[in-house]
Design a binder for this molecule. Structure first.
Ligand SMILES: [Cu+2]
Length: 275
């Protein structure tokens, strides 16, 4: 074997071997668990990512303290027009699911729209927020996710229990956090995942029961809430200021509204959604 051939072999071995692999980019629907990721933020910067995403930026940011928040914004999400009739779900494919149920895509009660995430989408750029803590609990019961819409602060864990006597397969389509796809037999522990990063609304679905889905969003501040059964919402403990609120529903058009609120003040913002 001549020297140049040995050199070529050595080069090939270097190029193909070794333990260093390129960072795996998150994919919407990975086949396996825990594919992603801590890819550099720069590669994921999106045009709509606000400045507050750069939490480590030096200067100009005021550390947030809960005592700064004395204002409250509240309101209602109205649904204009006839509420669509949600179809019955046929759960016959799994006798353990049992109960009759209906789809939860658009849930209207007394003219109010449930399951809308209302959040501050601009106006908080001057503050620097510590990561959220604790767990946000989700259950699978009667082969539904309860609640159907979940909002977290970056740093919190989502804890997904299985109260059913059947196997679920929890499949997250997260884009900026770990996207996971995990079987969860009856009686097994909750699946718990830290949502370390802000993330646009994404679904979690069950690969065993095609009708099962819930929707999750992760914020980089604590000012968000999911509208209640009657469409009402309250965002307490805001600092005085002018804000853009965004109201987002899983299938209906996203809406924004401007609001200004003073220290110890209250303001009302109402949204009207339609199909
Ligand atoms: Cu399931």
């Amino acid at each position: 074997m001549n020297r140049s051939l040995i050199g070529l072999i050595a080069l090939f071995a270097t190029a193909c071997g070794g333990g260093e692999t390129a960072p795996v980019k998150p994919k919407p629907a990975p086949a396996k668990t825990e594919t992603a990721k801590d890819a550099p933020k720069a590669s994921e910067a999106k045009s709509d990512a606000p400045k507050k995403d750069t939490k480590k930026a030096a200067g100009g940011s005021q550390d947030w303290a809960a005592s700064m928040g004395t204002a409250t914004v509240s309101g209602k999400i109205a649904f204009k027009g006839d509420a669509p009739v949600m179809a019955a779900i046929d759960m016959a494919s799994d006798a353990k699911c049992g109960a009759e149920n209906t789809e939860e895509t658009i849930v209207v009660s007394a003219g109010g729209l449930a399951n809308v995430i209302i959040s501050v989408s601009s106006g908080l750029e001057g503050y620097k927020f510590a990561d959220g803590t604790g767990k946000v609990m989700v259950d699978q019961k009667g082969c539904r996710y309860i609640p159907h819409v979940i909002a977290l602060q970056a740093g919190q864990e989502i804890s997904i229990a299985n109260s059913d006597d059947t196997v679920h397969n929890v499949h997250s389509y997260s884009k900026r956090n770990i996207a996971f796809n995990q079987a969860q037999p009856a009686g097994t522990a909750a699946i718990e995942k830290k949502m370390g990063r802000k993330d646009k609304m994404f679904p979690i679905k069950c690969d065993m029961h095609s009708w099962m889905n819930c929707h999750v969003a992760v914020f980089d501040h604590p000012f968000f809430i999911v509208s209640g059964a009657d469409g009402s919402f309250t965002l307490p403990k805001l600092p005085a200021g002018s804000y853009t609120l965004t109201a987002e529903h899983e299938v209906l058009d996203k809406q924004t509204a401007e609001v200004t609120v003073a220290d110890n003040g209250t303001a009302t913002v109402n949204f009207t959604f339609s199909k």
